[in-house]
Unconditional design. Sequence first.
Length: 489
Amino acid sequence: MTVYLVGAGPGDPGLLTARALELIATGDVIVYDRLIPDSALDRARTDAELVYAGKEGGGQSMPQAEIERLLIEHGGAGRTVVRLKGGDPFVFGRGGEEAEALIQAGIPFEVIPGVTAGVAASAYAGIPVTHRDLASAVAFVTGHEDPAKPSDALDWRALAVFPGTLVVYMGVRRLGAIAQRLIASGRQRTEPAAVVERGTLPGQRVVTGTLATIAAVASEAGIRAPAIAVFGAVAGLREQLQWFERRPLVGVTVAVTRARAQASALAGRLRALGAAVVEAPAIRIVPLDGAVPDLSRYDLVCLTSPNGVRLLFERLASAGMDTRALAGARVAAIGPGTATALRTHGIRADVVPERFVAEGLVEALVDVPVKRALLARAGEARDVLPDALRARGAEVDVVALYETVAEPLGEAELEAVGRADYVTFTSSSTVRFFFERAGGALQASPRLVSIGPVTSDALRARGLEPDVEASRHDIEGLVQALVADAAAR
Ligand code: SAH
């Protein structure tokens, strides 16, 4: 019943606001533009109506009147409408006009500001739009108007003497005319200038020069929309302050083979460090059916993966039980990921080994008295832990919670992995199923990254030597090892 005019930020999905995500997840109708982050609609309701209102490859966009009519029609019919726009809805976004149309039609609306491109793309280029010593004001200017036309709404003479930074939106095609006009109106030819193309996105490009040279530099580099231009002393700070291009994995492509459901944390971490990520899940986790174990019979319960934790609690829940079922037992986790998964259920693991492999857990349990232990884990797993506990005289039961099966990889995914700089393996099952599918196709051109000794052995069993092995056997350890290897090359 309300129309929300929502800013989606400049492109990096991390710059969508919490409020924007909340509204996207609840909207009945989402009317969206072209320049919104790719993943912005991922969390929309599956039954939400998604209406595209942007330009198709330079073609005609939906006329503004038609957009306004749609908002009024859906809002008037009592639906929750999310009008999703790139950047901020009230900065060169025609949000003001849409709000006016809604008022006229008597439809309630709210505005959710977004991170505007002029600020965000500048920041990602290492350019602060204001600076205590260099710029006490900033002006957002549209470059859409033709500075040569007498009908031009902008007062270029006033802009030329504006005492601060000028940020020009939509001005790539007219960059030369704009710069000339500013110089002719008295702005310094030598003033630092920068153009940021696809700011905040993985393909961000930045060119720098002076007001006099920037148009030639940008056209030489083939800079295209969407891009913003920044004129002012602050543009000169980029040389020192650029950070986006200096992230450790910029220019590096990394393939992730773990299950799709688990890949996002690793992929997200790699992307945040600047890597391009190829998601090529080689395995899938399939929950197994089975009885709910009577946990009160054990003095030790061992969990060996976050999947195991999740599925153990799902099984307990299916029998109307909860965390209290574990109240009487010591709980051991094989590593920090498993311990974190336990914490989400309110359980602090009593034992977490220093080495995140079964052997490490055996060592960590040496001084822990055990009579009856339960191991909750994958159907197919090594017997190191149960064997060691039995050798100590404990009774050990194993409950198989899930099975790891092959996820069929397509030709295109395999080729993309082949072109990657690194391919990561986070378990021996990722190695096994990946190479069962890939065969010799990989020819070892990407560097092979292993999470630990067990996974490395699985590679060696296929005649492949891992190029990188994490010394901490969890996701963060794997990322650190990869970063160190990339830095050394
Ligand atoms: N409402 C939007 C602006 C829409 S006008 C906002 O607040 O950001 C479209 C213009 O925004 C583009 O022509 C370009 O100048 C700028 N723009 C949008 N996304 C951009 C990006 N990722 N990098 C650089 N400029 C961008």
